[in-house]
Design a protein around this ligand. Sequence first.
Ligand code: NI
Length: 174
Amino acid sequence: MSIRPIICLPDPRLRQVCAPVGSVDDETRALMDDMLETMYDAPGIGLAAIQIAVLRRVVVMDVSGKDDPPAPMFLINPEIVWSSEETNVHEEGCLSIPDYYEEVTRPARVRARFLDRNGAPQEIEADGLLATCIQHEIDHLNGVLFIDHISRLKRERAIKKFAKAAAKRAEEGM
Ligand code: NI
């Protein structure tokens, strides 16, 4: 296992649509192990492969509380098959948009289908933080970021701020 670099806004790769995984093999599992280690190190509660510049439909998550034992989840080719009319507001952040948080409104409950670590089909119904996290991560696979769900003014401000910081880093040769 190894920690991989996380790509950040405004990296254009974050806007790509990821390709489905054909078969869940040892290579996929090795990728997920790296992703999990990278996520725990960051630390974060969810990471999509695209965030380490691998354009495949693979997600790892762990929404267990900090006093609970780790509960890693591996979602391959995940898709939302049902979402509630009822919505919920959660403050969201993203490892690819560091130190930036905004409230996002999303369906409160969703049902998702995916392949697990062994390639077996699974379906779960989620609410609360898990529902938010699943929707946030599946968005990543379609090149969508949580800032796409906030007001245009706030989004443009955030993009500008991160573009400026990236330009400054480039200038300083970092
Ligand atoms: Ni994210």
